[in-house]
Write a protein that binds this ligand. Structure first.
Ligand code: FMN
Length: 182
Protein backbone atom coordinates (compact mmCIF):
# COMPACT_ATOMS: atom_id res chain seq x y z
CA UNK A 1 0.00 0.00 0.00
CA UNK A 2 1.28 3.45 -0.91
CA UNK A 3 1.78 5.85 2.04
CA UNK A 4 -0.70 8.27 0.45
CA UNK A 5 -3.35 5.56 0.27
CA UNK A 6 -2.84 4.60 3.91
CA UNK A 7 -3.07 8.27 4.90
CA UNK A 8 -6.28 8.86 2.97
CA UNK A 9 -8.02 5.54 3.58
CA UNK A 10 -7.38 5.08 7.32
CA UNK A 11 -10.52 5.44 9.41
CA UNK A 12 -11.20 5.51 13.09
CA UNK A 13 -12.57 2.06 13.98
CA UNK A 14 -14.95 1.42 16.88
CA UNK A 15 -16.55 -1.94 15.98
CA UNK A 16 -14.05 -4.79 16.03
CA UNK A 17 -14.08 -8.54 15.39
CA UNK A 18 -12.94 -10.48 18.42
CA UNK A 19 -10.27 -12.62 16.74
CA UNK A 20 -6.83 -11.68 18.00
CA UNK A 21 -4.21 -9.69 16.11
CA UNK A 22 -1.37 -12.23 15.72
CA UNK A 23 1.95 -11.50 17.41
CA UNK A 24 3.83 -11.14 14.13
CA UNK A 25 1.36 -8.49 12.93
CA UNK A 26 1.61 -6.67 16.26
CA UNK A 27 5.39 -6.84 16.00
CA UNK A 28 5.31 -5.20 12.57
CA UNK A 29 3.10 -2.41 13.91
CA UNK A 30 5.42 -1.63 16.82
CA UNK A 31 8.37 -1.99 14.47
CA UNK A 32 6.96 0.91 12.47
CA UNK A 33 6.37 3.01 15.58
CA UNK A 34 10.07 3.04 16.39
CA UNK A 35 10.93 4.82 13.13
CA UNK A 36 9.04 7.97 14.16
CA UNK A 37 11.20 11.07 14.64
CA UNK A 38 11.97 12.28 18.16
CA UNK A 39 14.02 15.08 19.74
CA UNK A 40 17.72 14.13 19.52
CA UNK A 41 16.52 10.63 18.64
CA UNK A 42 15.67 10.11 22.31
CA UNK A 43 12.80 7.75 21.33
CA UNK A 44 10.92 8.68 24.52
CA UNK A 45 8.21 6.03 24.21
CA UNK A 46 7.24 2.63 25.47
CA UNK A 47 4.22 0.62 24.40
CA UNK A 48 2.07 -1.48 26.71
CA UNK A 49 0.16 -4.21 24.89
CA UNK A 50 -3.10 -4.99 26.68
CA UNK A 51 -5.07 -8.12 25.83
CA UNK A 52 -6.52 -8.99 29.22
CA UNK A 53 -10.26 -8.42 28.95
CA UNK A 54 -10.58 -7.36 32.60
CA UNK A 55 -7.88 -4.71 32.14
CA UNK A 56 -9.52 -3.55 28.91
CA UNK A 57 -12.81 -3.16 30.76
CA UNK A 58 -11.17 -1.14 33.52
CA UNK A 59 -9.44 1.11 30.98
CA UNK A 60 -12.70 1.71 29.11
CA UNK A 61 -14.11 3.45 32.18
CA UNK A 62 -11.42 6.07 31.85
CA UNK A 63 -11.83 6.66 28.13
CA UNK A 64 -15.36 8.02 28.48
CA UNK A 65 -15.67 9.62 25.05
CA UNK A 66 -15.09 6.47 23.05
CA UNK A 67 -17.22 3.35 23.04
CA UNK A 68 -15.65 0.38 21.36
CA UNK A 69 -15.20 -3.37 21.69
CA UNK A 70 -11.55 -3.78 20.76
CA UNK A 71 -9.94 -7.12 21.67
CA UNK A 72 -6.70 -5.34 22.51
CA UNK A 73 -5.17 -1.93 23.04
CA UNK A 74 -1.78 -0.26 23.07
CA UNK A 75 -1.03 2.31 25.76
CA UNK A 76 1.65 4.82 24.76
CA UNK A 77 3.92 5.78 27.64
CA UNK A 78 6.04 8.90 27.32
CA UNK A 79 9.40 9.11 29.08
CA UNK A 80 10.78 12.44 30.34
CA UNK A 81 13.94 13.89 28.75
CA UNK A 82 14.29 16.66 31.34
CA UNK A 83 17.80 15.91 32.55
CA UNK A 84 19.47 16.22 29.15
CA UNK A 85 17.00 18.34 27.20
CA UNK A 86 14.99 20.55 29.60
CA UNK A 87 13.91 23.05 26.93
CA UNK A 88 12.63 20.32 24.65
CA UNK A 89 10.82 18.75 27.58
CA UNK A 90 9.30 22.08 28.56
CA UNK A 91 7.78 22.65 25.13
CA UNK A 92 6.20 19.21 25.16
CA UNK A 93 8.35 17.47 22.60
CA UNK A 94 8.31 13.96 24.09
CA UNK A 95 4.51 14.00 23.67
CA UNK A 96 4.81 15.40 20.15
CA UNK A 97 7.18 12.59 19.26
CA UNK A 98 4.81 10.09 20.87
CA UNK A 99 1.99 11.38 18.66
CA UNK A 100 4.19 10.80 15.62
CA UNK A 101 4.78 7.22 16.77
CA UNK A 102 1.00 6.83 17.10
CA UNK A 103 0.55 7.99 13.52
CA UNK A 104 3.06 5.38 12.36
CA UNK A 105 1.16 2.75 14.36
CA UNK A 106 -2.15 3.78 12.82
CA UNK A 107 -0.89 3.82 9.25
CA UNK A 108 1.06 0.57 9.45
CA UNK A 109 -1.86 -1.12 11.20
CA UNK A 110 -4.18 0.05 8.44
CA UNK A 111 -1.83 -1.31 5.81
CA UNK A 112 -2.01 -4.68 7.58
CA UNK A 113 -5.82 -4.60 7.73
CA UNK A 114 -5.91 -3.68 11.42
CA UNK A 115 -8.11 -0.86 12.73
CA UNK A 116 -7.25 1.62 15.48
CA UNK A 117 -8.65 4.62 17.29
CA UNK A 118 -7.27 7.35 19.53
CA UNK A 119 -8.89 7.24 22.95
CA UNK A 120 -8.73 10.36 25.06
CA UNK A 121 -8.07 9.12 28.56
CA UNK A 122 -8.15 10.15 32.19
CA UNK A 123 -4.43 9.84 32.58
CA UNK A 124 -4.05 9.40 36.34
CA UNK A 125 -6.51 6.53 36.44
CA UNK A 126 -4.99 4.84 33.41
CA UNK A 127 -1.51 5.15 34.95
CA UNK A 128 -2.73 3.51 38.11
CA UNK A 129 -4.32 0.58 36.25
CA UNK A 130 -1.21 -0.02 34.15
CA UNK A 131 1.29 0.54 36.94
CA UNK A 132 2.95 3.50 35.20
CA UNK A 133 5.13 5.55 37.59
CA UNK A 134 4.22 9.13 38.45
CA UNK A 135 7.09 10.72 36.47
CA UNK A 136 5.98 9.19 33.15
CA UNK A 137 3.12 10.42 31.00
CA UNK A 138 0.61 8.26 29.20
CA UNK A 139 -0.37 9.84 25.91
CA UNK A 140 -3.27 7.68 24.81
CA UNK A 141 -4.62 4.18 24.73
CA UNK A 142 -5.13 2.91 21.19
CA UNK A 143 -7.95 0.35 20.82
CA UNK A 144 -6.91 -2.10 18.11
CA UNK A 145 -8.22 -5.09 16.18
CA UNK A 146 -9.68 -6.25 12.90
CA UNK A 147 -12.59 -4.00 11.86
CA UNK A 148 -16.03 -5.62 11.98
CA UNK A 149 -16.98 -3.99 8.67
CA UNK A 150 -14.99 -2.25 6.02
CA UNK A 151 -15.23 1.39 7.10
CA UNK A 152 -16.46 3.78 4.40
CA UNK A 153 -13.81 5.86 2.70
CA UNK A 154 -13.59 9.50 3.62
CA UNK A 155 -15.13 11.93 1.17
CA UNK A 156 -13.61 15.28 0.26
CA UNK A 157 -16.23 16.92 2.50
CA UNK A 158 -14.70 15.26 5.57
CA UNK A 159 -11.73 17.58 5.51
CA UNK A 160 -11.17 21.27 4.91
CA UNK A 161 -9.95 22.23 1.42
CA UNK A 162 -6.17 22.60 1.02
CA UNK A 163 -6.61 26.23 -0.05
CA UNK A 164 -8.27 27.02 3.28
CA UNK A 165 -5.28 25.74 5.20
CA UNK A 166 -2.43 27.37 3.33
CA UNK A 167 -1.00 30.65 4.51
CA UNK A 168 1.81 32.38 2.66
CA UNK A 169 4.57 34.30 4.39
CA UNK A 170 2.48 35.19 7.41
CA UNK A 171 -0.68 34.16 9.23
CA UNK A 172 -3.71 35.61 7.46
CA UNK A 173 -6.27 34.86 10.16
CA UNK A 174 -9.14 32.39 10.02
CA UNK A 175 -12.90 32.54 9.71
CA UNK A 176 -14.76 32.72 13.04
CA UNK A 177 -16.09 29.17 12.82
CA UNK A 178 -12.59 27.68 12.83
CA UNK A 179 -11.82 28.70 16.39
CA UNK A 180 -13.48 26.50 18.95
CA UNK A 181 -13.48 28.32 22.24
CA UNK A 182 -16.59 27.01 23.89
C1 FMN B 1 -5.76 13.74 19.81
C2 FMN B 1 -6.99 12.96 19.40
C3 FMN B 1 -7.96 12.66 20.34
C4 FMN B 1 -9.07 11.90 19.99
N1 FMN B 1 -9.97 11.54 20.96
C5 FMN B 1 -11.02 10.77 20.63
C6 FMN B 1 -11.94 10.31 21.63
O1 FMN B 1 -11.75 10.51 22.82
N2 FMN B 1 -13.02 9.62 21.25
C7 FMN B 1 -13.25 9.31 19.93
O2 FMN B 1 -14.27 8.68 19.64
N3 FMN B 1 -12.38 9.69 18.95
C8 FMN B 1 -11.28 10.41 19.29
N4 FMN B 1 -10.39 10.79 18.31
C9 FMN B 1 -10.62 10.37 16.91
C10 FMN B 1 -11.27 11.45 16.06
O3 FMN B 1 -12.59 11.67 16.46
C11 FMN B 1 -11.20 11.03 14.59
O4 FMN B 1 -9.85 10.81 14.25
C12 FMN B 1 -11.80 12.09 13.68
O5 FMN B 1 -13.18 12.15 13.85
C13 FMN B 1 -11.51 11.86 12.20
O6 FMN B 1 -11.95 10.58 11.79
P1 FMN B 1 -10.95 9.54 11.11
O7 FMN B 1 -9.92 9.17 12.16
O8 FMN B 1 -11.80 8.36 10.72
O9 FMN B 1 -10.30 10.20 9.95
C14 FMN B 1 -9.26 11.51 18.64
C15 FMN B 1 -8.28 11.84 17.70
C16 FMN B 1 -7.15 12.53 18.07
C17 FMN B 1 -6.07 12.80 17.05
Amino acid sequence: MEVTDAIKQRRLVREFRQDPVPDDVLYQIIESARWAPSPFNTQPWEFIIIRNSETLKKLAKFAPTIECNAPMAIAVVILPITAKYPFHQQVGEPEHAGAMAVQNIMLRAWELGVGTAWATIEKDNVKQILNIPEEFDVLTVIPMGYPMDEPPLHTEDDRLPVEDLMNFEEFRGVSEGRIIIY
